[in-house]
Design a protein. Structure first.
Length: 289
């Protein structure tokens, strides 16, 4: 079956390189809220940078998002024969990142952390990207980490009776997110850091164990923050790294504290999340009063 494609003009937000890239028309036409998120991998537009492009119904790019981390995995791309012989169980985290895109993989981890279904659009694909990704995610599951990762068809996606309105819908073949419950302001630097660390580990098993352990750990820490916020008036963002280090013996980079506030806001309670504020903003409020 021939897939209709249309060109979009992308401009690297870092170095301003320009290139026309063809994308399947159905991805844009079926995208939630008329906006498709496409991963532009390193080398597709410019040799140095990867980024996300936001494409509207008229196939015009309306915005960009720089990658939180530039992944330089350096693995040789395997041939179709090698990938087929290797089977589903040989698919590693670096291969998932190369296949789907680092930013999209980070959003998938955020979906796991907030407990939403992650659905993969089933397309004709000799490399079995969907099956391999789902197998990898299922292997990450444990009693403390529930992951809903499933295949879906285009017909199922169009079915209004499907009770998956909050699902994240990913198209691995085209490195795209068709539907996402998250806003464009989502900060997935924390998840990108986890993927970067996992990519440095030597084998699939150690990569899976690492991601499982870290996702469970941050989930439990966030649950403790929810309890804390129920009994406190406010919590300063600047104090969170020291608190996690002293209370949980967990090092959280100051640049990654958004993961706590955003997950509490999405999964638990927006009012609780609003208690997490910056000292400078609190000072401005105090001065105004």
């Amino acid at each position: 079956m021939t897939v209709e494609v249309k060109p979009i003009k992308v401009i690297c937000p870092s170095c301003k390189c320009e290139k026309n890239i063809d994308i399947p028309a159905f991805l844009v036409n079926d995208a939630k809220d008329g906006m498709l998120k496409v991963q532009i991998p390193q080398g597709a537009c410019c040799p140095e940078h990867s980024f996300m492009a936001f494409v509207d119904k008229k196939f015009v790019v309306r915005g960009y998002q720089n990658a939180d981390i530039e992944f330089k995995i350096g693995e040789r791309e395997k041939s179709a024969k090698e990938k087929k012989e290797e089977g589903l169980k040989g698919f590693t985290v670096p291969e998932m990142i190369n296949t789907i895109g680092p930013d999209i993989c980070a959003v998938i981890l955020r979906g796991i952390l907030v407990g939403i279904p992650v659905l993969f659009l089933d397309t004709f694909d000799l490399y079995e990207r969907v099956d391999k990704t789902i197998m990898l995610l299922h292997d990450m599951e444990s009693d403390d980490l529930v992951i809903t990762a499933e295949k879906m068809s285009r017909e199922e996606m169009k079915d209004k009776k499907m009770k998956r309105h909050n699902a994240l819908i990913v198209v691995p073949l085209y490195k795209a997110i068709m539907r996402s419950p998250f806003g464009d302001g989502i900060n997935t630097r924390f998840e990108s850091d986890l993927l970067s660390e996992a990519s440095q580990l030597p084998d699939r098993t150690s990569q899976i164990v690492f991601l499982r352990k870290e996702l469970i750990k941050i989930s439990k820490i966030i649950d403790e923050f929810v309890k804390l916020l129920k009994t406190t008036e406010k919590l300063y963002e600047e104090d969170i790294p020291a608190y996690t280090r002293e209370k949980f013996n967990y090092k959280l980079d100051a640049k990654n504290i958004d993961v706590i506030k955003q997950i509490i806001e999405y999964k638990h309670d927006k009012k609780l999340a609003s208690k997490i504020i910056s000292k400078s903003l609190d000072k401005i409020r105090t001065d105004l009063w």
